[in-house]
Design a protein around this ligand. Structure first.
Ligand code: BGC
Length: 734
């Protein structure tokens, strides 16, 4: 986000004219209350939906039936600078009040959670990250921005870029997985897709990086829980996604709920002032997470609301989401000198800068013709194609014994599992604006693809299994396709789990199906890595298809029939059993690496390593790696490897580059991803993957937050996943 001189003067000009009340108004994100049947703040209603207390359909019904109390007088008086609304006509009305009836005519910045699509919902982030496709990350984000903007939303609470290594945490679904480098590529591409090119400001929105910071490190995978870590870990693992996205120009940041080393991130001067605004020179504004300021009282860091507000603003938190604490207490705090006018001016300057940069003064309203485009049920064709492409590329083939896949259309399929027939379950957590008519279930996808298919629900993530249906399903068919996994309400916010095996009686259902001796193709539909020890041992085929969005059924059918050769890789390691969590490939070396012998870093009752590691994913073809070379230049290493398609069909391989700093002044990870290249290879074709690894990127932060480049031995790895790699050693002097 960069402002021209004229834009900067506009900000200063406004700031000079503002009263204290108007300034505080800009710092207030006010949610409408939902009235009529339900009397709750808007965020709470969203929370009720995300934690499963009400279904997505009920949410949509309440939203359409209920009136929302929009505090229009407050907007008129300049006491509200921001709102959360998703209705374009209402947004136009509210903007009109702000622009035409408030004294200074400052438009509202209107936020909403557009996390993995708006009307055109694409795969959840943990799935999309597995495409390792930066151009796709950007395209899907741009599509979401365009649709959001068409609904009057000019600010999205995305991308979620929390590195997350514990699959028990429900919010692993929302982010790009366990790896910092992949997360960084994802973060930058999302910022570009959401907010670049403001010259056509009807197609772009302001991004909001969240949740700043280390929210994904919550202890024991329990949402909102405490985080505690060394400075080295904070700067090496959790901050880089944010640093990179700020450098890419992200306009806003959301402070996370968790405390970090004892200080809630809402009131944390180190993370907000020292790092974000100081070290990273972030020019935009920081908003709290919903009710975050008030929760500081419950955290036990603030005595009351006023104290929480004082700590938050002084720590560098510019906008209050949903608590009215700034609105109610900031004027007194300023009068008593506990908060200076400079601090308030700095916050307001940042907020106004984002509004000016976004072009809201010139283009505040959604034009009628754009609104009408989305009032029909049909989505733009090119958006449907993007959601399909993203869904197809996100599918990860985990196991395919005896090449049971791809299926042929002449095979008679018994399709099993309640999830297979349920179009409401395809979109995943944090999708709120889809329409059922646009969603394709796996059953519909198979039928549309011309499959000879009979459907037997048999059981699902919640309920019992229906023995009679299972018997029928196994009788008259050539192959069973069993769709098992999680409901969308089982991942996402407030959806942590201690046991991440298949929920309900789905494993029993699979046991019955396998006992029939018919080939069983298992399709997983889930929002987190699952513990699959029994499944990996006993099922011949496992396809990880996550929650893929509106085109899920079409995408799954195209992979099952081999119209598309799967190319997705895992962005997060899968454990064998839940007790291995957190499990991630890039853990620090230990003095006794896990092995078969007893006194090593291992478990007595479970494997020490992942069942399926980061970066893993099969194809209908096979790839061979050889002739790896590492050559040293002045500032970089050149790493090359030959990759050959050794199978019988064309395929796409994600070639991954890792390194290990063998000896450091603090212990370094056993491997770290440093690059990836996607190669499309015809049958028998050989291509050279060529990487440039900058020496500058081979360092790390120590516990005093200094970035160090230390001479010594490095191992460079190249392979098709984080476990199976070729390796070369090189000694480097920086
Ligand atoms: C979530 C955020 C979200 C916000 C606004 C919070 O509960 O943690 O991710 O953006 O609500 O809906």
């Amino acid at each position: 986000m960069q402002l021209t001189e004229a834009q900067k003067s506009k900000v200063e000009d406004l700031l000079n004219q503002m009263t204290l009340e108007e300034k505080i108004g800009q710092m207030n994100l006010e949610s409408p209350s939902i009235v009529g049947g339900f009397e709750v703040p808007f965020e709470e209603l969203i929370e009720m939906m995300t934690d499963g207390r009400i279904s997505q359909e009920e949410f949509q019904r309440i939203m359409s039936e209920a009136t929302r109390d929009f505090h229009e007088d407050d907007i008129r008086a300049g006491r509200v600078g921001s709102m959360m609304v998703d209705d374009p006509r209402k947004n136009n009305e509210l903007q009109k009040i702000a622009i035409e009836e408030s004294r200074l005519g400052i438009p509202l910045i209107i936020g909403f959670d557009v996390i993995h699509g708006f009307r055109s919902v694409y795969p959840i982030a943990i799935a999309e990250a597995g495409t390792f496709d930066e151009e796709l990350f950007e395209r899907t984000a741009h599509m979401a921005a365009k649709e959001a903007r068409a609904h009057g939303i000019n600010w999205t609470f995305a991308p979620m870029i929390d590195v997350a290594r514990d699959a028990r945490w429900g919010r692993v679904s929302e982010g790009p997985g366990e790896d910092t480098y992949l997360g960084t590529c994802f973060a930058k591409a999302k910022v570009r897709g959401l907010q670049n090119q403001t010259e056509n400001s009807q197609e772009y929105v302001a991004a909001c990086l969240k949740h700043y910071v280390a929210y994904g490190a919550c202890e024991s995978g329990r949402d909102y829980n405490t985080t505690n870590m060394s400075m080295s870990q904070l700067h090496n693992v959790y901050l880089p996604t944010f640093k990179a996205a700020v450098e890419e120009g992200a306009a806003t940041v959301m402070a996370s709920f968790n405390d970090l080393n004892g200080v809630p991130c809402t009131v944390n001067p180190y993370t907000l002032r020292t790092v974000l605004k100081g070290l990273y020179k972030f020019p935009g504004f920081v908003v709290s997470d919903a009710n975050g300021i008030k929760e500081c009282v419950v955290h036990g860091i603030a005595e009351d609301d006023a104290d929480a507000g004082e700590q938050a603003i002084n720590a560098g938190l510019d906008m209050d989401m949903g608590t009215n604490i700034y609105k109610d207490h900031l004027a007194n705090l300023a009068e008593s000198g506990k908060v200076t006018m400079d601090t308030i001016n700095d916050a307001v300057r940042r907020i106004l800068s984002v509004k000016v940069w976004l072009g809201l003064f010139e283009n505040p309203y959604v034009p009628e013709e754009i609104m009408q485009q989305y009032e029909e049920d049909r989505l733009p064709g090119e958006h449907v194609s993007i959601t399909l492409e993203a869904a197809q590329k996100s599918i990860v083939l985990l196991k395919n014994d005896d090449q049971i896949l791809p299926l042929s259309r002449s095979q008679k399929i018994s399709l099993v599992g309640e999830l297979a027939g349920n179009a409401e379950e395809v979109c995943g957590a944090w999708a709120m604006s889809w329409k059922r008519e646009n969603c394709v279930s796996i059953l519909a996808g198979l039928k549309n693809a011309g499959a000879d298919v009979n459907y037997f629900p048999c059981g699902g993530p919640e309920g019992n299994i229906n023995e009679e249906e299972i018997s029928k399903a196994t009788e008259d068919c050539d192959v069973i396709v069993a769709v098992v996994g999680e409901l969308i309400s089982m991942s996402g916010e407030a959806s942590s789990k201690a046991n991440i095996e298949l929920p309900g009686k789905q494993r029993e259902m699979l046991k019955r199906l396998v006992a029939s001796r018919k080939p069983v193709v298992t399709v997983l539909m889930n929002g987190r890595p699952l513990a699959l020890d029994w499944e990996a041992e006993n099922l011949p085929v496992i396809v990880e298809s996550w929650h893929l969005g509106i085109q899920m059924g079409t995408a799954v059918a195209s992979v099952l029939f081999g119209d598309v050769n799967p190319s997705g890789k895992l962005s997060s390691s899968f454990p064998s059993v839940s007790g291995q969590c957190p499990i991630y490939y890039n853990h620090p070396s230990t003095g006794r690496p896990g092995s078969k012998s007893k006194f090593t870093s291992r478990y007595l009752d479970a494997p020490f390593d992942a069942l399926y590691p980061f970066g893993y994913g099969l194809s209908y073809t096979t790839f061979a790696y050889d002739d790896m070379k590492v050559t040293e230049g002045n500032d970089e290493l050149q790493v090359t490897v030959d990759v050959t398609n050794t199978g019988a069909v064309a395929g796409t391989e994600t070639v991954q580059l890792y390194m290990q700093d063998v000896t450091g002044s603090i212990v370094r990870p056993v491997k770290e991803l440093k690059g990836f290249i996607k190669l499309e290879l015809k049958v028998g074709e050989i291509k050279k993957a060529m990487f440039t690894l900058k020496k500058q990127d081979m360092g790390f932060y120590d516990n005093d937050s200094n970035y160090l480049l230390e001479d010594g031995l490095f191992r460079i790895y190249v392979g098709g996943n984080s476990r199976e790699c070729l390796c070369e050693e090189i000694r480097i002097t920086f």
